[in-house]
Structures are given as C-alpha cells and as structure tokens.
Design a protein around this ligand. Structure first.
Ligand SMILES: [Zn+2]
Length: 678
C-alpha cells in the first residue's frame, strides 16, 4: 500500500569513534573548497562559480554536521554524546575561521560586480538575488570590507566580548548563595518546599537556608504571607549577581565600539539589520506604542490586586501604606487566580492522556495542512523514537513525498530536558535538478505512566506540544531553492510567530473538546471546565506584558545609548515606571538579566513583537474556523512554503491581504480584561 519515498531515511548507526574522523574530513573538504573558490581569478567569479558553489558547500556541510551534533541531545550512549559534543565544538570553531576569510569575501565581491556588469543580475530569480545579497552581507557584517587594521581591532574586541559574556553566564550558573528564614517567617510556604531547604540551628532558633534557584525561591514570592519575608527574599534575589554589574558595563562599552567600527550608529542597529524590524528606532517605537496601550489594562490589574492586598492586610492586622510592591505581584496574582477561577490543574490533566492528545494533534495538523503521516520501521537513535514518512494527503506516487519526521517524546537519562525541534536536514534543489527532502525531529519530555494512571499532560504541556509541532511543520512544508532559506531559517523576531499563532488552537472550546478524553470516563472536558480554562488565559496579562515591555525597553535602551550610564539606576527607574509596581531599595537586577549576554541582546522585544503577528494572523484568517483546511492551505502557501526566501513582511502581507497591525493582539487583551474582572 505504501509508496517508497524517493529519498531513503537516514541511518542512525554512527559509532562514537567515527564521529571525530567524519567531522575532520568534513572540515578539510570544506576548507579546500573555500581555497578553490578563493583562488578563482576575478574575471571567472560569477553566480555559478561563487554563490552557487558556496551555497552547495554550505548545504553539504550542514547535511553531515547537523545529524552528528544532534546525538549529544538524544543518544543514550554517553560516549556518543561526548563525541557529538566535541564535533560541535570543532564545527563552531571552524565557523569562526571561515566567516573571517577575506579571500572568499573578495571572490564574492568580484562575482557580484561581474554579475551586475554582465547583465546576469536581471536574469536571476528573486531568491537567487537574495542569496547574493545575504552572502555579501555575511561578509560586511563580519567586518571583511574594512581595512586590515580595523579588522584586527574588531577581532580583538570580539574575543574580549565573548570572554565577558562567558564570564557573565558562568557567574549566573555558579551562583550559590543562601538566604535564611525562621519557620514563622516562612508561614504560608508549602511544607514540601520548606522540607527541601537546609535546616540548622542559629543560637536557640531553628532556621532554614533557601537557595535562589527557582524551586526554592519562587514559592516564597508566591506563598509567603509575611510581606517582609517576600521583600527580603526579593531584594536578595535581585542582588545575587552584583558581581555581573561591571562585566555588563564593559560588554556594553565594547558593543558600542564594535558598532562604530562596523559603521552602525548603535549596536541595536547592527543586530536588527537582519531582523524583521530592521533598526533600533523601530524597536523603540514598537515598545513605546505597546506600553501606552497596555498601561490602562495594567493599571486595572494592579488596582484589583491592590484591593486584594488592602483587604488581606486589614484581616491580618498588618500595616497598609497603599502601595503595590514588586514582591506583592506573584503573591496576589496567585491569590486572585485561586479566588476568582477555582481551577485545578490536576483535574484538567486527567482529561489529557498522552495516548489521546498526541494522535489528535497530529490528526488536526494533517487535516489542516493537507498532509499524511505514515509511521515506518527502521533504526533510529533510540527504540522509543517514532519515525514517519510525510506525504501530501492524496499522493499516489513518490512525487507526493514531503520528508521525514521523528517524535522522541519521553524522558530518559542523558536526554535534552525540555521540548524543542531540530530541523535536521533542510529541503532544497540539488545541483542535478532533483529535490532533497527535509527532516525534522521533535524532542520532548512528556510524562511517563504511573502504576495507577496513564501518562497525562497538563494543559501547559498540551500548548507546548502544539507549539513545537508548529515548528516541525514549518520545517517540513517549506519549499525553497536554497537550503539557507528553508523553513524556520527566517528572521529571529518572526520565527516564533507561526507557532505562537498555533497555540490558539489549544484555547478554542471546539478543539479542546476534540483533544480531551478523561482517562477513566473517556468523556471530553465539560463546557464548564473549558470555560474556566479559557478565562485563565488572560488573567493579569496587563501586568504580565508590561513586565515584558520593561525587560525589552531596558535591553534596547542600553543598546542604543551613546554613552555609559548608571545601569542599576536605569534598571530600577524603568521598572517602576513601566511595570507599575514599586521597587523598594534599588538593587542591581541587571546582573541577573542573562538574555543580554546570552545571544538575545537587542532582541528581547522579539517575543512580544512576534506575538502581535501571531494574533493578527489568527484573528484575520483562522479564528472563524480554525480547523478549516482551505485556511490551512493559505497558511501553508503564504507563510510556510516561502520560509526565509523572501522578506517576512511580504509573506505576512500576502497571507493577511494587508499590512499587519496590533489590533488583534490588543483586542485579545482588552476583550479578556472585561470578562476576567467579572
Ligand atoms: Zn518556539
């Protein structure tokens, strides 16, 4: 019955001892290819000899390197994981070396000149032109168009910067301080949390030492009845990485110098040049606008929580100064949810057995996007992994083949501990004219069954799974000529938008009913539970998003200002004015802001920015009928197929039929605000 795919599934049978050799051979092969391109006489540099050749080299390189470096996340064999990790280090180092090859850059420049002078440019397709532009941009952004002296300066500064970022994150990971409370001070904190603290005697009193790790400290913010305990815990938590303050100042100074050498006004302009938003000023405008619109929602949220605080302080006989502090937020947010929603996570969970949710989600996607999953046998990296060949829904021969997909869903020792998707191979046109098909792997850690219950998912897990499957389909259904534009290789401030949009399915009553089935009664979620669940989605979102805006504004301000400043003062003043909560004693909280040194610099806005597009796409096209396959087809054609082969804004406009805007996003927040406060 089943058709033979035109491309065999990969064999996952690498031995630890062969990985090193495979990678070293790969690097040597790539290096000699680069040498060959670099050695071309200027007159012989053209689209084929330079850009196509580089694109093929890139594709061949990734096809070998990606699967080999994937083992470290999923293999049960430690030796294989280690070998895979070492391979990745070699690949990364080589990446730095090859990105700095001035000779290859010169070949690109010569080729671009010849293409434009010979008239070849006009004959190139839009995607081919984009390839040329992006490849040139790779070089100029690395500083290869600069004179040697500047290039050397750049390299030295980059090394210093990466050292500082490493130091920042090392401090972050190794932070190991304790904060001490008495049992009385911890009143309200769940007993099982307190039993995890270190108990000792101080003088005649028994005290508890808590770390600043999330499972220890967050329950204090959420449950401690004593506002003084919450204040002390919060101030300690915010100050725990003061050691990072001078490191961050230095890093920001270096980024300013780098931007200036590369010819950008600010670091934010440099970073956002290759994003959808394009420049620092647009980020600032986006955040200003969002803040202004969110403010009334946030004030309403805060006033509700403040009234709750006033009432509780009166009941407990505590002094009340009329202020809402940052250490009150998590505590009253929880109290509000408990008192207004009466929603029990654990009850909801009983309606989401893995064995029902996973196949139902796959079915929803298959119908929506017109594809068919066929589970196939074959070796993978672990016996628990499911392997699928993916086909057009009605395909009758091999022309309907789309690619391969793996689901590796259950936890085991040594495995990556969150949920994520690896686009293992991109799709692209091969030089012989045939098609190379993509492969995507979903790695998750869904619960395993217990003796008395099957494996169950919290609603949160269901949302995450649906979101991640969105990335899988982006990786499978994209169809571009060049691998570098395939699927999720879109701008980083857009890449989450499709999956964020798809999360909406998990909040639609119709869909919730379809994918739930109580593990004992087999009944779907009741309309009453569904309505509580849906209401919980937007509780206190005004305050939540204003907090996001605060982080994003801090990030963009420090990356657009032209001189050094008091970053601690800025942290505290911005937070107070944006998040609508009082701060107390100014603490150097920026030392804990890992995004800023962890590769997300001048990028924090991206999370909310892509949500705006997600909401717009959903409301405009899917909301009326989220399971309708004609809408799914439109999404597939306009958003998934083009991948990064054109500007993301063009894909959005094509899909929406107009320029995107933030109305749908704000409607969600404002609309829900009315019902949530009832
Ligand atoms: Zn995602």
């Amino acid at each position: 019955m089943s058709i033979k795919p035109p491309q065999p599934a990969p064999s996952w049978n690498h031995r630890p001892d062969e990985i090193g050799t495979l990678i070293k051979d790969l690097l040597a092969k790539d290096r000699s290819l680069m040498d060959k391109i670099a050695a071309l006489p200027a007159a012989e540099c053209d689209f084929q000899s330079v850009f196509l050749a580089l694109s093929e080299a890139e594709t061949d390189f990734d096809a070998v390197a990606e699967p080999l470096s994937f083992y470290q996340n999923v293999s049960a064999d430690k030796a294989l994981r280690d070998a895979s990790n070492e391979a990745e280090v070699l690949v990364r180092d080589y990446g730095v070396e090859s990105s700095m090859r001035i000779d290859v850059y010169q070949a690109k420049v010569a080729a671009e000149k010849n293409i434009k002078e010979s008239g070849q440019w006009d004959k190139l397709s839009a995607e081919e032109k984009r390839l040329v532009e992006r490849m040139i941009l790779d070089g100029t952004r690395s500083g290869l168009a600069l004179p040697e002296e500047k290039r050397n300066q750049l390299t030295a500064l980059k090394k210093e910067l990466s050292q500082l970022c490493l130091e920042f994150s090392k401090n972050f990971n190794e932070e190991d301080q304790r904060i001490t409370f008495t049992a009385k001070q911890l009143e309200g904190v769940p007993k099982d949390v307190i039993s995890g603290y270190t108990k000792r005697t101080e003088g005649s009193e028994e005290v508890y030492d808590a770390t600043y790790k999330t499972p220890d400290i967050f329950p204090i913010f959420k449950f401690s009845k004593d506002p003084e305990t919450r204040r002390k815990a919060f101030e300690g938590y915010e100050s725990r990485l003061e050691v990072n303050v001078p490191i961050l100042s230095k890093a920001l100074g270096i980024r300013r110098q780098l931007a200036s050498i590369l010819g950008y006004e600010t670091w934010a302009d440099y970073v956002t040049e290759v994003k959808m938003i394009k420049n620092g000023k647009s980020v600032i405008d986006f955040l200003d606008d969002l803040e202004e619109k969110l403010r009334p929602v946030g004030i309403k949220d805060r006033d509700t929580l403040l009234a709750l605080k006033k009432k509780e302080h009166e009941e407990l006989g505590l002094p009340f100064d009329g202020e809402f502090y940052i250490w009150d937020y998590r505590y009253y947010d929880r109290k509000f949810i408990e008192s207004s929603l009466d929603l029990d996570d654990m009850v909801v969970k009983e309606y989401f057995p893995v064995t029902v949710v996973v196949p139902t989600i796959l079915e929803i996607y298959q119908n929506l996007l017109g594809v068919r999953f066929e589970e196939i046998d074959g070796t993978t990296w672990h016996p628990e992994v499911q392997q699928f060949s993916v086909w057009e829904k009605d395909s009758k021969d091999e022309s309907g083949f789309i690619g391969y997909c793996y689901l590796d869903l259950y936890p085991r020792s040594g495995k990556y501990s969150h949920a994520a998707v690896w686009p293992l191979l991109p799709g692209y046109d091969r030089p012989d004219g045939k098609r190379s098909y993509p492969i995507a792997a979903m790695v998750a850690n869904l619960a395993k069954p217990t003796p008395d219950k099957p494996a169950l998912m919290r609603h949160d897990d269901v949302v995450t799974f649906f979101h991640e499957m969105g990335h899988v389909f982006h990786g499978l259904l994209s169809h571009t000529k060049f691998s570098r534009f395939h699927g999720t290789s879109v701008a980083r401030d857009f890449v989450e938008a499709p999956s964020q949009m798809l999360e909406n399915w998990c909040w639609e009553p119709k869909v919730l009913e379809k994918m739930s089935s109580h593990f004992e009664t087999k009944k779907p979620l009741s309309p009453e539970l569904i309505s509580k669940l849906v209401k919980s989605r937007y509780v206190n979102v005004g305050l939540f998003y204003l907090r996001q805006v605060f982080f994003a504004k801090y990030d963009i301000q420090v990356h657009t200002s032209s001189e050094d400043q008091d970053y601690t003062a800025l942290w505290n003043s911005l937070r107070e004015s944006i998040s609508l909560v009082k701060s107390g004693k100014p603490a150097p909280g920026q030392g804990t802001f890992g995004h800023i040194t962890g590769g997300y610099d001048a990028g924090y806005y991206g999370y909310t920015y892509s949500l705006v597009f997600a909401a717009d796409m959903y409301a405009t096209v899917f909301k009326a009928d989220p399971l309708d396959s004609s809408r799914g087809k439109r999404y597939r054609e306009k958003i998934l197929v083009p991948g990064g082969s054109r500007e993301e804004l063009d894909s959005l406009k094509d899909f929406l039929g107009r320029e995107p805007n933030s109305k749908a996003f704000l409607n969600e927040l404002f609309g829900s605000q009315q019902s949530a406060s009832l």
